[in-house]
Design a protein around this ligand. Structure first.
Ligand code: GLN
Length: 332
């Protein structure tokens, strides 16, 4: 989205290199960001996974969790939705933690494809390389690489790992899992194409099934903020105190999110908001201000790339008002 669409015109821009400001200030800014998002009803709810179309499009929750574990939230922050593509960021972090930077780099890659999240053409143009772990091809390859002997063990590693990021046990929405399993022919085709190029060495159908389950995990905006705050806090969940992944893995994961977290709109997002983020087609959006905070947003109406419109508007406001843009500085 462009600056004019993001509705940030009169917010001003501060650069802040230390921590986020004290709690009360954040509460006020989150409320203002939420009010800003509520003005907007652009976008449409995803319907290519049939059950997603049944959601109330007006839902909107916005939550900031800082690296001290402080929570600042407004709106429908307890409304649950399927995590969808946001899972890709956290499964990638878990895989990098297990296998190391180099091995994952070679197989999955880190470059933006410039194409839609479920593009088949992008794989063909890259001679069978998935491109990066934030598009479906790279995410399915990532899940397939999770170091477990069976699909069931892979699934448990994914579910447990994402639960540690969230600080609570996450559960699958069976209706979403069923709805997507019945309509995910495209993802199955992508997995088989990757197999034909030798990029998936385990059973491609099993990899897609685990991927579909991970996308069906239920979260809310508060969970996303905690998960983002864990990536902001060098891999330690600031609410539970548990180390989930290493600080190096957080750094690498955030670099990938900056390049590809909002698909083919990642450049626009980085230009306007200046933070690593990851969206999902159910309307979730997680944004990470390294060393400062995680922002979780939920609003089901999406732009044409599949990114939450109100989520982007609320996050853009917070990035500016809290001085989070990682590229902003002031003369020394
Ligand atoms: N599960 C969805 C899919 O594979 C996730 C896509 C998304 O959130 N962009 O199509």
């Amino acid at each position: 989205m462009r600056q004019s669409e993001l509705d940030v015109g009169d917010v001003g821009q501060v650069a802040r290199t230390g921590a986020v400001p004290p709690g009360r200030d954040i509460d006020e800014l989150v409320a203002a960001a939420h009010a800003r998002g509520l003005r907007h009803a652009e976008g449409t709810v995803a319907d290519y996974i049939p059950i997603l179309a049944q959601v109330d499009p007006e839902l909107f929750g916005l939550c900031v969790v800082d690296v001290d574990g402080g929570v600042h939230e407004v709106g429908d922050t307890g409304a649950r939705f399927s995590i969808q593509s946001i899972s890709k960021a956290f499964v990638y972090a878990l895989l990098c933690d297990a296998l190391g930077h180099e091995e994952v780099f070679d197989v999955v890659g880190v470059n933006n494809t410039g194409a839609a999240f479920n593009s088949v053409v992008a794989i063909e143009l890259n001679e069978g390389h998935p491109g990066n772990p934030m598009v479906n091809a790279g995410a399915i390859a990532t899940t397939a690489l999770m170091p477990s002997a069976t699909a069931e063990e892979k699934w448990e590693a994914v579910r447990n790992g994402l639960s540690r990021f969230a600080g609570r046990g996450l559960e699958v929405d069976d209706d979403v899992y069923r709805s997507e399993s019945l309509t995910n022919q495209r993802n199955r085709a992508i997995a088989q194409l990757l197999e034909s190029y030798g990029r998936i060495r385990s059973d491609p159908a099993e990899a897609v099934d685990v991927y579909t389950r991970q996308c069906s995990l239920l979260v809310d905006a508060h969970d996303l903020a905690v998960m983002g705050a864990t990536l902001a806090d060098g891999g330690v969940n600031p609410v539970t105190g548990e180390r989930v992944v290493s600080a190096d893995v957080c750094r690498d994961t955030l670099a990938v999110l900056a390049a590809s977290g909002l698909y083919e709109r990642s450049g626009e997002w980085l230009f306007e908001i200046g933070l690593p983020g990851k969206s999902g087609v159910a309307g979730g959006l997680v944004t990470v201000a390294p060393g400062k905070a995680g922002i979780g947003a939920y609003a089901p109406r999406l732009d044409s790339a599949g990114n939450s419109v109100r989520g982007q508007i609320g996050t853009a406001y917070l990035s500016r008002a809290l001085g989070l843009n990682i590229f902003a500085s002031e003369p020394h």
